[in-house]
Design a protein around this ligand. Structure first.
Ligand code: 8X3
Length: 247
C-alpha cells in the first residue's frame, strides 16, 4: 500500500526538500504551491511527486486539492513565511494580515480539509512547521512571531483535542535556516539585506537539514509522537546569540 503525503509550500526551500525526502521514504507526494512551473520541474525529477497548484489563502484552492485526493497519511503545513522587520510601532498592517493568512489560517484551512483523511488512514501524521520565532519574540519580529506563536498554540490544542484518535501531531521549530527565499521575501526582494542575515555564520541550517528531521519524525512507529523538535545551527545558541566570524 502506497501512502500519500501532502506538502504545502513545496516549490522551494524546506517544502521542496521535504517533498524530496518523503518521496525517498516511499510516499506518493502531493506537492502544493502557487508557483506551478517550479513544481513541474520537481515532478519531472522525482516521479512520485504530483504537482498541484495551491494557494493556502484560498478555501476554494484548498478544497480542490482535498477533493482530488484518494487518501492522505501525512500533511506537512509548511507554507508561510515572514514579511518585514519593522518594529511594531511602524509595522504594516497588510504584512501582518498576509502573515496571519498564510502561516496561521493557511494551516487551519489545510488541517480542516485533510484531518478526516488523516484519521481515516489509521496512522495519520500532521506536521506543523513553526519556528523558534514561535517560542520566543525578538525586535522587529512582531508579526512573524505572533503568527508562529499562533501555530505553536494550534499544535498544542490539536494534540489535546485529538487525543485517542489515530493521528500524530508534530511540531518542527527551526532556527536559522539559509533557504532560497525566506530572508529575501522578508526584505521585500532586497538580496543584500537578506545575505546580511547569514553573514559570517559558519553553517546556518539548510532546507534539507530540516527536511531530514521532518522525515525522521514522520517515519517513527505509530505510537511515537515527536511533540516538538527544535533545530538550530551550532552557531546559534539562542535567538539573539549567533556566532559570526569575519575574514
Ligand atoms: C525563521 C527563524 O530567526 O528568522 O523562522 O525568526 S527567525
Amino acid at each position: 500500500m502506497r501512502r500519500t503525503a501532502v506538502v504545502t509550500g513545496a516549490s522551494s526551500g524546506i517544502g521542496e526538500a521535504t517533498a524530496r525526502r518523503l518521496a525517498g521514504e516511499g510516499y506518493d507526494v502531493v506537492a502544493g504551491a502557487r508557483r506551478r512551473d517550479r513544481l513541474d520541474k520537481l515532478a519531472a525529477e522525482v516521479p512520485s511527486v504530483t504537482p498541484v497548484t495551491l494557494d493556502v489563502t484560498s478555501e476554494e484552492s484548498v478544497d480542490a486539492l482535498a477533493g482530488a485526493l484518494d487518501r492522505c497519511d501525512v500533511l506537512v503545513n509548511n507554507a508561510g513565511g515572514a514579511l518585514g522587520l519593522e518594529p511594531v510601532a511602524e509595522a504594516r498592517l497588510d504584512d501582518w494580515q498576509r502573515m496571519y493568512d498564510t502561516n496561521v489560517l493557511g494551516s487551519l484551512r489545510m488541517t480542516q480539509a485533510l484531518l478526516p483523511r488523516l484519521i481515516e488512514s489509521g496512522d495519520g501524521v500532521l506536521v506543523m512547521l513553526t519556528s523558534t520565532a514561535g517560542l520566543v519574540s525578538y525586535e522587529g519580529g512582531g508579526g512573524y512571531c505572533a503568527a508562529k506563536h499562533a501555530q505553536t498554540s494550534m499544535v498544542e490544542t490539536l494534540r489535546l483535542e485529538l487525543l485517542g484518535q489515530p493521528v500524530r501531531i508534530v511540531e518542527i521549530a527551526p532556527g536559522m535556516v539559509r533557504s532560497e527565499g525566506f530572508a529575501v521575501t522578508r526584505f521585500r526582494g532586497d538580496e543584500e539585506a537578506a545575505a546580511r542575515v547569514y553573514e559570517g555564520v559558519p553553517g546556518p541550517l539548510t532546507s534539507d537539514d530540516v527536511a531530514e528531521a521532518i522525515a525522521w519524525a514522520v517515519t517513527r512507529p505509530a505510537h511515537v509522537n515527536i511533540d516538538r523538535l527544535v533545530i538550530r545551527p551550532r552557531a546559534q545558541a539562542a535567538q539573539h546569540r549567533i556566532h559570526r566570524v569575519s575574514d
